[in-house]
Design a protein around this ligand. Sequence first.
Ligand SMILES: [Zn+2]
Length: 511
Amino acid sequence: MTIRMQRLTDRSKREHLLRWLTIALLLAPATLLQGREIVIKDRQSGAAIGHLSTIQAGRYEFIPLSAFAEAIKIPGAINSSRKQFILQIPHNPVVVHAINPFVRVGTEWRQMPIAALILDGEYYAPAVYFLDIIRDALPFRLDYLSGEATILITRSRMGVGGIQIDDMQNGTLIRIALSQPINASNLFLSETNGWLYADLYGGNIGDFRADAARKNTRTIDRISTIQLSRDTARLGFRLLKKVKEREVKVIASPPEIQISLRTHEEVPAALLDELEREREKWKIDLIVIDPGHGGRDPGALGSSGTREKDFTLKIAREIKRIIERDLKIRVLMTRDSDKFIPLVDRGKIANRAGGKLFISIHADSNPKKGLRGHTVYFMGPAKTEEARRVAQFENSVIKFEDSNSKYANLSETAFILAANAQNSYNKESEEFAAILDREMRSRQQADGFGVRQAGFYVLHGTSMPNILLETAFISNASDEKLLGTRGFHMNVAEAVCESIRQFRDHYENAL
Ligand SMILES: [Zn+2]
């Protein structure tokens, strides 16, 4: 027989010495007696499943741990160098130190009033205390009827009744319905290779089939069930998202396990709303076509007496007709008659109606009569004298307005900076301009001047992507003739319509 003290830092040496003396006295050879026999029975069947030959030391009764482990069908192991007996309960190993009253149960240290002992290589623990401190770690119910020298084992057949998985606003909730309540210490969660496992100690898969689980989730795509051992049911959940945090609740009535998973992809409700608004913003469901000039403002004049304002209205009407016919998108015109509308009001009309794209239609004019073709402008600091000149001409319309104080105090640069700060659609405007330039180019003989940027008052303040299209040069004799033909109006309308289709597909699909 070996008796040895284990050093413990949190206890005073004096206390240990005293305890050691007590144990030594208790276990003095004279007081060690062969004890009685305890029978271990299965409560349901009444059958004896094991016998324990005890040792009596004073008033304490000790049970042999190897025989106990064998009877309850939980593997036991001895670590002789450390003087330990280990009852290998999955996830909750019980480690008994010989000659030490502390027992580790899972991760917890528990204390018996007296230590275990080793006798002829077998480990013994004081029956009443030992059975009491390991009780909640066992996968079955254990009752020690000391007076009857009987240990009763009641194996639960805790079945899995159902699994329901739902994506909630803040993650995913797994609910496992059980036939009986589970002790929290008999539930073990682990994550390996993209699977989340829930091991139910004392659980029984029985007839439950994984495909009976009800899923309403984008977090878990597969469920598996397996009876790992006689006492352990394993439920596996394959994760499609990384789990950031999980929380487990064990509910007694009705018996249920709730596992909440918070995933990285969690999207707060506010953000979802924001995204929905963003989608709505990009849903191209209203186009605003702005026929340049009108009423007392004729725009540029052609050599044969034509007026820009008449061409822009005809082209705009054709654009409206083609878009509504081919794209089934509503089109609003800032004017549909020969009337004067201040530049600033054109943007307001578009904003009020909730337009998603603003296209201002014009015809160019230049002292160089040879210039032909289209130019697409978006709002930005003019990079060439030519672009600046065009913007100045289109902006000069304000001389027809009753009050031009709105723009009077702004330098060109200040105006563009203010306009750009106000308009968060510059990138989209530029993209749309590029698409439209390509479509115009493919339908015209003259190459045109591509995409340019300049500061146009009419584009200022429109809260949607916006561009200004100079369709052709009214100052050029050939272009002037073209501007008067239905064929040209239709070409421009088709170019605009096709550009909107591409722009819409790009933005609506991006979100
Ligand atoms: Zn114009």
